[in-house]
Design a protein around this ligand. Structure first.
Ligand SMILES: O=c1nc[nH]c2c1ncn2[C@H]1C[C@H](O)[C@@H](COP(=O)(O)OP(=O)(O)OP(=O)(O)O)O1
Ligand SMILES: [Mg+2]
Length: 194
């Protein structure tokens, strides 16, 4: 089985990506090779995914897959977007969720639309001139208070109308069928013929 390094230090993501890829690859985490995280200097999810994938391929010597993802809120013109992980100034889920609730205080439900965005980038080696990039999107709306214990990040605030619950109330296998990450991964598997 081919080795694939996941270019993420986020345990929530790693768990989901492992569940989606474990049947096809021997999956390893970049943290086995380096604790140093590249600076996410890109202006888009795609650029950041590519730079994380290149960094992981460089430190590991293996093909690498990166996920850059986040939440784009309509009322906030797409914020926190690529800054989702440090929206509150700290890389902390509870603080980020609180920051989002504050930004949307008093905003009614019909103006609380949002989407989760995921860009996946796969490189065969650090200088690969042809990264494979796939995106996925998941529509929802931002709740007024956190709900649910599963998942990570903004899941407790992300209401999924089709399921009538937050994404933190979905079990892992349901989230992994519906999410932005699942949709990007579906495209990636098609591109790879898996
Ligand atoms: O399914 C999700 N459910 C809830 N929240 C999510 C999800 N997917 C991304 N998110 C949030 C978490 C974090 O605030 C940001 C990702 O930021 P992002 O830079 O891509 O990841 P990160 O810094 O946590 O880990 P790493 O860069 O090592 O992969 O979006
Ligand atoms: Mg990051």
């Amino acid at each position: 089985m081919k080795t694939l390094v996941l270019a993420s230090h986020n345990q929530g993501k790693l768990k989901e990506l492992q569940a989606m890829l474990g049947a096809h690859f021997k999956v390893r985490s970049v943290s086995e090779f380096s604790q140093q995280e590249p600076e996410e200097t890109g202006l888009s999810f795609i650029e950041n995914a590519i730079l994380k994938a290149r960094h992981a391929a460089k430190v590991s010597g293996f093909p690498a897959l990166a996920d850059d993802s986040g939440l784009a809120v309509d009322y906030l013109q797409g914020a926190p977007g690529i800054r989702s992980a440090r929206y509150s100034g700290q890389n902390n889920d509870a603080a980020n969720n609180q920051q989002l609730l504050t930004a949307l205080a008093g905003v009614p439900d019909e103006q609380r639309g949002a989407q989760f965005v995921c860009a996946l980038a796969l490189v065969q080696h650090a200088d690969d001139p042809l990264p494979i990039v796939c995106e996925g999107f998941w529509q929802g709306r931002i709740l007024h208070a956190p709900q649910g214990e599963h998942g990570f990040g903004y899941d407790p605030l992300f209401f999924v109308a089709e399921q009538n619950c937050s994404s933190a109330e979905l079990d892992a296998s349901t989230k992994n069928k519906l999410s932005h990450r699942a949709q990007a991964m579906h495209k990636l598997r098609q591109r790879l013929g898996l």
